[in-house]
Ligand binder design. Structure first.
Ligand code: NAD
Length: 504
């Protein structure tokens, strides 16, 4: 993964099955968010290096696309086993560079592992259709063929799960891949790539380049890349979608969010508040599916003090310390941005019920820690409501009834996830039917679907029609080819010339 002679070590590129140390003059530090220790440096790859990665993927595609489905499948069977065997090491790398707790880091790897398990079943997933005898002696059938070189661009917040949303399904369907991990925490991704090679993914089928804007633009512009899967902020995702679409690529972009939870007064209070606190403050709020707005309906408005008490029980500490619930934010920049939002929330007139700004963590004084923070009386038009904060800050709004709560959520541009807490089946069903959000939890705070379904965020949280993983991604990474075939009988000669479009 990294050169041992340099201190701090340099994260390598991965091209044609080999670790390659970049010739770039441009590097960035990878910093432990709990200690500020620089644990590695990552290069911003040159355009020549991006071209070399794509050329290697294009060459490998010539043979990989012909690899029998059973052979592809068996690589992912082996890969899931290797990920399991190395789970503790993967989680430790992830926590060191990203900050989340070790338990949550294992969850990050595990949710990606589930996609690898799914990829191992590719023989049952990449199936075409067959219609027998659609006209006299004619059959129609479809096959799902790989596209060629595909690329993935990933965010910092799930450096294991999100790369694993992408390259396993792309490669299992017969494509080759160029991955551009987040430059903030690429080390666990690189370890996963090494394990993929160990599992038998041949040289050139999976390549990695590091970098930021310049490398992403080179990927959007490269004529040999057929499809791009992007996960990250709305601003960058919109840019990637527009630029790569104009270049004729298939693109899917999973982007920013503002996820609302509706708490009805008939909900089981203890369960609802536990779920709310976990989903708002877990991973220091740095999840695209974090609950960032709670709408307390009717009498549930009186539950804020109990929610704050619960939030105060969460232990803020370095992710490696046993019993930690909330680790540091990923970077000093993220820390400053979140502090800025809290200051604006106060200035804009929201009520600060719990203030996490002065969070002391003995032994980790320089860490990027912010404790759970709760604002109530939050309304559309306040920047803490209109913008994605991506920190441990929960906005609380009030609604008279379920209709008002649904109206508020549907008026928000984002559509990544939402949830409702209630004991009423009728209320839950009404919510499920009327809410205009692509992923809905019923007494489940973070409804990220398992891989036999797809991640189906909607509206401003998503560009492109097909989601990552699940059935939709099989369609995303393949071209449907439909074949209409007639094998002539001798007696069809008698039919003569057919000058119509109908199959006779
Ligand atoms: P980001 O958009 O800053 O970075 C994502 C990727 O884009 C990185 O690989 C980065 O190197 C690259 N990039 C950054 N700036 C760029 C630029 N100007 N031009 C081209 N490329 C650029 O996102 P992030 O901060 O790493 O991740 C957090 C964001 O991702 C949040 O908005 C979160 O909601 C979102 N997210 C969404 C989902 C989802 O499934 N909808 C999942 C996880 C994260």
């Amino acid at each position: 993964m990294s050169s041992s002679s340099k201190h701090p070590p340099q994260v390598a590129l991965f091209i044609n099955g080999e670790k390659v140390f970049s010739k770039s003059a441009n590097f960035r530090n990878i910093t432990n968010p709990a200690t500020q220790e620089v644990i590695a440096v990552v290069p911003f790859a040159t355009v020549d290096e991006v071209n070399a990665a794509v050329a290697s993927a294009a060459e490998a595609f010539k043979t990989w696309k012909k690899t029998p489905v059973g052979a592809r499948s068996r690589i992912f069977l082996k890969y899931q086993q290797l990920i399991r065997e190395n789970m503790k090491e993967l989680a430790a790398i992830l926590t060191a560079e990203q900050g989340k707790t070790l338990a949550d880091a294992e969850g990050d790897v595990f949710r990606g592992l589930e996609v690898v398990e799914h990829a191992a079943g590719i023989g049952n997933l990449q199936l075409g259709d067959f219609a027998n005898n659609v006209a006299n002696g004619v059959d129609t059938y479809s096959i799902l063929q790989p596209l060629g070189v595909c690329a993935g661009i990933t965010p910092f917040n799930f450096p294991a799960m999100i790369p694993l949303w992408m390259f396993p399904m792309a490669i299992a369907t017969g494509n080759t891949f160029v991955l551009k991990p987040s430059e903030q925490d690429p080390m666990v991704t690189m370890r996963l790539v090494e394990l993929a090679a160990e599992a038998g993914i041949p040289p050139g089928v999976l390549n990695v380049v590091h970098g930021g804007e310049e490398v992403v633009n080179a990927i959007c512009d490269h004529s040999a890349i057929k499809a791009i899967s992007f996960v990250g902020s709305t601003k960058v995702g919109t840019h990637v979608y527009n630029r790569a679409s104009l270049n004729g690529k298939r693109v899917q972009c999973m982007m920013g969010a503002k996820n609302h939870a509706v708490i009805l007064p008939d909900a089981n209070k203890e369960q609802a508040l536990n779920n709310l606190a976990g989903a708002a403050f877990g991973a220091a709020g740095q999840r695209c599916m974090a609950i960032s707005v709670a709408i307390l309906v009717g009498e549930a408005k009186d539950w804020i003090a109990d929610l704050a008490t619960k939030a105060l029980t969460l232990k803020v500490n370095a992710g490696v310390e046993p019993g930690t619930d909330i680790g540091p934010l990923v970077s000093k920049e993220a820390f400053k941005r979140v502090i800025g939002f809290i200051e604006r929330g106060v200035a804009e007139g929201a009520t600060l019920d719990l203030d996490g700004r002065e969070q002391q963590v003995p032994g980790y004084e320089s860490g990027n820690f912010i404790g759970p923070t709760i604002f109530s009386g939050v309304k559309p038009g306040m920047s803490i409501y209109d913008k994605e904060i991506f920190g441990p800050v929960l906005c609380v709004s009030f609604a008279k009834n379920l209709d008002d709560a649904i109206e508020m959520i549907n008026a928000n541009p984002n559509g990544n996830g939402t949830s409702i807490f209630t004991q009423s089946g009728a209320a839950a069903r009404k919510f499920q039917e009327e809410i205009d959000v692509g992923q809905v939890g019923i007494n489940v705070p973070i409804p990220v679907p398992v891989p036999m379904f797809s991640f189906t965020g909607s509206r401003a949280s998503k560009l492109g029609d097909l989601g990552p993983y699940g059935k939709q991604v099989i369609a995303f990474y393949t071209q449907t080819k439909t074949i209409t075939a007639r094998w002539f009988d001798d007696n069809t000669i008698a039919a003569g010339v057919n000058t119509t479009i109908s199959l006779k």
